[in-house]
Design a protein around this ligand. Structure first.
Ligand code: ADP
Length: 399
């Protein structure tokens, strides 16, 4: 019976889960916040028990992970009697560039390759690497696997990932579309095939991951044809605070008008744009919907613009796939946004996409939301990146 620890390190936080792999059941999950800051805290939930909160100074990721490991063997809240029960660790890593098209066992070469990708993901890869280093120190001998956000999208062909800028920027600097949320898109596309009663190799699906970050992917037979995030997670759909696709000439224009640097405008496009920028209300769709129902016109506009962009990509991907078997909604908004799903699917009937208003009244459970007649099925599938990471880890370690 193998237990797998899944680790997802951010710059000042980390999330973890432990899963038992024979039955693929979750044993516990937790979160450490404010790593390296005043007031570090660990919040741990063992399945079926109350939350356990522990406050202690944690000056870096190694101290944070040391506390996580202690908690995992805690006599009341723990899920193992000793660390030897944790058979492997799966690490979520954002960027693996063009190096890895699937998950791999972590070796020195892998770490070097991920370090080489730091300039492509300067905010994400460094904390991911810190998490790996800390686990290697604290759990010597425990095998580790890297699961990459970019990996699933590596099946894209150059005609989909090359930008129309001088080709040398690709060959010299690796400027191309990479795509993100790959683990989520892969998980829900596999679940979609199960729900359709077919093999992954037989289905064409469009997966909409609508969370704080959002991306949409066209998948044919388990291979990614196209995805909306690009060189960075800024491209594509409108997001909570990110602008998605815009005319790149806007950047210089705003720099001049506002006397800002490119880096400052870049920050605005990442953190102050999207539905927050349009509405001026919030990046959270619950707040925006609330404001819109109370007559806030910009909130209503933000919802319309968001829905239109998703619809735009669904249309594009229907064309690229030459038709689809299913559209999948996942992540916070995709799983819970009844109104947003309705707005997105409204007016797609002539493309064979017909949402059943009654079935659409659902949240957070696997469910077919389309009418009986709809040629394209509309599927609600809660994502589970941690399970995907644990499964990859288990498979790689046991084979
Ligand atoms: P992250 O990308 O941080 O993992 P999530 O997948 O948790 O994000 O998605 C967060 C988003 O989901 C938020 O913008 C929030 O507005 C939206 N969301 C969550 N619950 C609901 C709900 N009940 N109705 C509408 N939107 C929701």
């Amino acid at each position: 019976m193998m237990k797998v620890l899944v680790i997802n390190c951010g710059s000042s936080s980390l999330k973890y889960q432990v899963l038992e792999m024979e039955a693929e059941t979750l044993l516990c999950k937790g979160l450490v916040e404010r790593i390296g800051l005043e007031g570090s805290v660990l919040k741990h939930e063992k399945v079926g028990m109350d939350r356990y909160t522990m406050k202690a100074p944690m000056k870096d990721h190694k101290e944070a992970i040391a506390h996580v490991l202690e908690t995992l063997v805690h006599e009341t809240y723990g899920v193992a009697t000793g660390m030897d029960e944790i058979g492997a660790v799966g690490h979520r890593v954002v960027h693996a560039g063009e190096k890895y098209a699937s998950s791999v066992r972590i070796t020195d070469d892998v770490i070097q390759a991920l370090q080489d990708c730091v300039s492509l993901a300067p905010l994400h890869n460094p904390p991911n690497l810190l998490g790996i280093a800390a686990c290697q120190e604290l759990m010597p001998g425990t095998p580790m696997v890297g699961v990459f956000d970019t990996a699933f999208h590596q099946t894209m062909l150059p005609e989909y990932y090359i930008y129309a800028i001088p080709y040398e920027y690709y060959t010299q600097y690796g400027v191309r579309r990479y795509g993100f949320h790959g683990t989520s898109h892969r998980y829900v596309s596999e679940r979609a095939a199960v729900m359709l009663g077919k093999d992954v190799s037989e289905v064409k699906v469009i997966t909409c991951h609508l969370g704080n970050g959002a991306s949409i992917t066209a998948i044919d037979g388990g291979r990614v044809i196209d995805t909306s995030m690009g060189f960075t997670p800024l491209e594509g759909l409108v997001m909570g605070t990110r602008c998605g696709d815009i005319d790149p000439a806007i950047i210089d224009f705003i720099c001049q008008k506002e006397g800002l640097t490119i880096a400052e405008v870049n920050n605005i496009l990442n953190k102050k744009s999207g539905v927050l920028g349009i509405s001026g209300v919030s990046s959270d769709f619950r707040d925006i919907e609330e404001a819109a129902t109370h007559g806030n016109e910009r909130a209503e506009l933000a919802l319309k613009i968001y829905a239109n962009k998703v619809k735009f990509y669904i249309g594009a991907y229907m064309a690229e796939l030459n038709g689809a078997d299913a559209i999948v909604f996942t992540a916070g908004l995709g799983e819970n946004g009844i109104l947003m799903r309705k707005m997105i699917c409204n007016g797609l009937e002539n493309l064979g996409v017909s949402l059943c208003p009654k079935r659409n009244e659902a949240r957070g459970q696997e469910k077919d939301l389309s009418t009986d007649e709809s040629p394209v099925r509309i599927l609600l599938i809660p994502t589970n990146e941690e399970l995907m990471i644990a499964k990859d880890t288990y498979e790689i370690i046991t084979n």
